[in-house]
Design a protein. Structure first.
Length: 211
C-alpha cells in the first residue's frame, strides 16, 4: 500500500451520490464513522493509491477514509443548483425586504411631507394671527393715547366748568349786592320823598292857617 500526503490540504467535494460512507480504514470491512452528503466539502489529507481511498477531514475536525472516486474538484451541478436556488431565494427575500423598506420609507416620507405642509400652514396661520395681534395692539395703543388725550380734555373742561361755576357764583353775589344796593337806594329815595312830601304838607297847612 502506498500513501501520499495531500498537497497543501486540497479541498474537494463529495460527488452526486446521495450519501457516501466515511470509514475508519481503507476497506469496506472498516467501520463507518460518518455518512457524507452530496456536495459536502472535505479536506484531503492524503491519498492511498493502492486502496483508492483518501484520508479526509470534515468540518468539526472529524477524520476518515472515503473512496477517491467519490471526490471531485468542483461541486456537482445539482449542489451548485441548490446553492444558486438558495441564494436566489435569499436574494428574493432580501429584495422583498428591501422593497418593504422602500415602501415604508416612501410612506414615512409622505407623512413627513404632510406634517411639513401642516406645520407650514400652522406657521402661516400663526404669522397671520401675530400680525392681527400686532395691529390690535397698535390700535389699542392708539385708543389708549386718545383716551389719555380725552381725559386731559375732560379734566381741562372740568377745571373750566369749575371756574365758570365760581364766576357764576360771584356774578350771583354781585347781582344780589346790586339788587340790595338798588333796594336800599329806592328805600332811601322813598324815605326822602316821604319826608319831602310831609314837609310840603306841613307847609301847606301852615300857609292855610295864616289866612
Amino acid at each position: 500500500m502506498l500513501a501520499f500526503p495531500g498537497h497543501a490540504a486540497q479541498i474537494k467535494y463529495i460527488t452526486d451520490e446521495f450519501e457516501v460512507t466515511m470509514r475508519s480504514g481503507t476497506s469496506v470491512s472498516n467501520s463507518i464513522v460518518r455518512m457524507l452528503k452530496s456536495g459536502q466539502a472535505v479536506t484531503i489529507l492524503e491519498e492511498d493509491l493502492a486502496s483508492r481511498y483518501s484520508l479526509v477531514e470534515i468540518e468539526g475536525g472529524k477524520k476518515g477514509y472515503v473512496l477517491s472516486r467519490y471526490l471531485v474538484d468542483t461541486m456537482s451541478s445539482k449542489v451548485r443548483l441548490e446553492i444558486l436556488q438558495k441564494s436566489a431565494d435569499e436574494q428574493k427575500t432580501l429584495t422583498a425586504s428591501l422593497q418593504a423598506d422602500v415602501e415604508r420609507l416612501e410612506s414615512d416620507l409622505k407623512l413627513e411631507q404632510s406634517d411639513k405642509e401642516a406645520l407650514k400652514n400652522t406657521l402661516l396661520a400663526s404669522e397671520s394671527e401675530l400680525s392681527r395681534v400686532r395691529d390690535a395692539a397698535s390700535n389699542t395703543l392708539d385708543i389708549v393715547a386718545k383716551n389719555k388725550r380725552l381725559e386731559s380734555v375732560v379734566t381741562q373742561l372740568g377745571k373750566d366748568n369749575a371756574a365758570l361755576d365760581n364766576e357764576n357764583a360771584a356774578l350771583k353775589d354781585t347781582t344780589k349786592l346790586d339788587w340790595l344796593v338798588r333796594g336800599a337806594g329806592v328805600s332811601l329815595v322813598a324815605f326822602i320823598i316821604g319826608i319831602l312830601v310831609t314837609r310840603i304838607r306841613w307847609r301847606k297847612q301852615e300857609s292855610w292857617g295864616s289866612y
